[in-house]
Design a protein around this ligand. Structure first.
Ligand code: GAL
Length: 394
C-alpha cells in the first residue's frame, strides 16, 4: 500500500472519548462532506477506543457494543464508504486497550481478518497493557503481517507513544504512520512541547511512513475528552496547524466537525497551509533559528518594558516541490516579539545575487522580493507562514 502523503482525516478520541455511536460517526462523515473537508483531503473517519463489548464472541471475534453500534460495523463502514470516505478503527497491541476493552495481543490474525471483513481501511494500534514479557517491535511487526495477510489495503497507524524510538524501525516493518509522543491535551504547552520534541526526528519521516505527533485539537476550545489545562485561543490553533503543516505530519482532526468554529474551519481548509503539508516531496524543515524572543511589550508579570524569553523563537525553512519554499516563524512566548530568518542560514547569502519573492501562505498577500534576511514581529503564541521562490536581484 503506497501512502505517499501525510494521511488526513478525523478521529473520535480528542472530543468524544467514550461517547461514540453509529449516529455520531455518520453525522461526522456527512458534515465533513457537506462542509468541504473531504474535498480538501480529509478522507479517513476513524473510531478510537471504547467501541466494543468486554467479551469476544464464541468464535473469538471482537464484538461492537450493540448500544453504540446497533447495525454492527460492516453496515456503518458501507455508509462511510458511500459518502466517499475511508473507514478507520482502533485496537491495541497489549492485553487490554487503554480503556480496558479486549485487545489484539495473541489475536492479531483473527482481529485483522475481522477488521478486513468489516471493510476497515485504517487501523490505529495502541500500546496499553502490553505484557512485560513480550516484545513490542515484534508485536507491531505481527499486526503489520496480519493486516497484509487479509489482502485488503489497510493503513497501519501504530501508536506506541515513542517507546523504543519508533522513528528508527516502524518504517521497516510496514507501518504507515507512528505516534512518537504521549497524548496531546488541548492546551498550548502540550502541543508545542509535542512538536518541539520531534523537530529533529522528522528527517526520518516521509512517504510511506510518517511521524504522527497526534490528532489535532483545533476547535475544541476547552471542551471534550482531552480538554485539560488552559483552553487554546484561535491564535494558538493557528500555531498548532502551522507546526503540523510545516512538519508534514498527519492531519487527523480531533474537534467536532459538525459544529466547528468558523475561524477554525477556514484554518483547517487553508489552501496555503495544506499545500505545505501535502507537498509531494514531504521534506522535513531546516531549523534556521531556535532561540530567544525579545518582546518590547510591557510584561504584565514584571512590569518591565521588555522581556526576554529563552527558547521561544523558532524559524523553520522547508524545501517544497516546484521550486517553492515555505518559511514558518513561531513565537512560543506570551508576548509579541521578533523572530528572525537569515537567508544565509538556509543556503542563500546576500552575495549570491538571489533573493526570495515572498507571500503570506495563509492570506496570499504579496510581501515583495526580499534579500539577505526577512525578520518578522510575531504575536505572542503566534506564527507566520510564508511561501517563496528564488528570484535574481536587480
Ligand atoms: C492512548 C492513545 C490515545 C487514545 C487512547 C484511547 O494510548 O495515545 O490517542 O487512542 O489511548 O484509550
Amino acid at each position: 500500500m503506497n501512502i505517499a502523503l501525510p494521511p488526513m482525516g478525523w478521529n473520535s478520541w480528542n472530543t468524544f472519548g467514550p461517547d461514540i455511536s453509529d449516529q455520531l460517526i455518520v453525522e461526522t462523515a456527512r458534515a465533513m462532506k457537506e462542509k468541504g473537508y473531504l474535498e480538501k483531503g480529509y478522507e479517513y473517519v476513524v473510531i478510537d477506543d471504547i467501541w466494543s463489548l468486554h467479551e469476544r464472541d464464541e468464535n473469538v471475534r471482537l464484538v461492537p457494543d450493540p448500544e453504540k453500534f446497533p447495525r454492527g460495523m460492516k453496515a456503518l463502514a458501507d455508509d462511510i464508504h458511500a459518502l466517499g470516505f475511508k473507514f478507520g478503527m482502533y485496537s491495541c497491541a497489549g492485553l487490554l486497550t487503554c480503556a480496558g476493552y479486549p485487545s489484539s495481543f495473541d489475536h492479531e490474525f483473527i482481529d485483522a481478518q475481522t477488521f478486513a471483513d468489516w471493510g476497515v481501511d485504517f487501523l490505529k494500534y495502541d500500546f496499553c497493557n502490553f505484557p512485560p514479557y513480550a516484545n513490542g517491535r515484534q508485536r507491531y511487526a505481527m499486526m503489520s503481517m496480519a493486516l497484509k495477510a487479509t489482502g485488503r489495503d489497510i493503513l497501519f497507524s501504530a501508536c506506541n507513544w515513542g517507546t523504543d524510538e519508533p522513528w528508527k524501525w516502524m518504517d521497516s516493518i510496514g507501518v504507515h504512520m507512528y505516534r512518537s509522543t504521549g497524548d496531546i491535551h488541548d492546551n498550548f504547552q502540550s502541543f508545542t512541547d509535542i512538536a518541539k520534541s520531534q523537530l529533529n526526528n522528522f528527517c526520518m519521516s516521509g512517504p510511506h511512513c510518517f511521524n504522527d505527533i497526534d490528532m489535532l485539537t483545533i476547535g475544541m476550545y476547552g471542551k471534550g475528552n482531552v480538554a485539560l489545562g488552559e483552553a487554546c485561543t484561535t491564535r494558538d490553533y493557528q500555531t498548532q496547524f502551522a507546526l503540523w503543516c510545516m512538519l508534514s505530519a498527519p492531519l487527523m482532526l480531533g474537534g467536532d466537525v459538525r459544529r466547528m468554529d468558523p475561524d477554525c474551519e477556514s484554518l483547517l481548509k487553508n489552501d496555503g497551509l495544506l499545500r505545505i503539508n501535502q507537498d509531494p516531496e514531504c521534506r522535513p524543515p531546516q531549523i534556521v533559528y531556535r532561540g530567544r524572543v525579545v518582546s518590547r511589550e510591557a510584561d504584565p508579570a514584571t512590569g518591565g518594558r521588555w522581556h526576554e524569553y529563552p527558547d521561544c523563537g523558532l524559524t523553520l525553512f522547508k524545501h517544497l516541490s516546484g521550486g517553492e519554499f515555505a518559511i514558518g516563524y513561531f513565537n512560543f512566548a506570551p508576548l509579541a516579539g521578533e523572530v528572525p530568518c537569515l537567508f544565509a542560514d538556509a543556503g542563500l547569502p546576500a552575495a549570491s545575487g538571489f533573493g526570495l519573492r515572498l507571500r503570506d501562505a495563509m492570506t496570499g498577500r504579496d510581501l515583495g522580493l526580499q534579500q539577505d534576511r526577512y525578520d518578522l514581529t510575531v504575536d505572542g503564541h503566534g506564527c507566520r507562514v510564508l511561501l517563496g521562490r528564488l528570484e535574481k536581484i536587480g
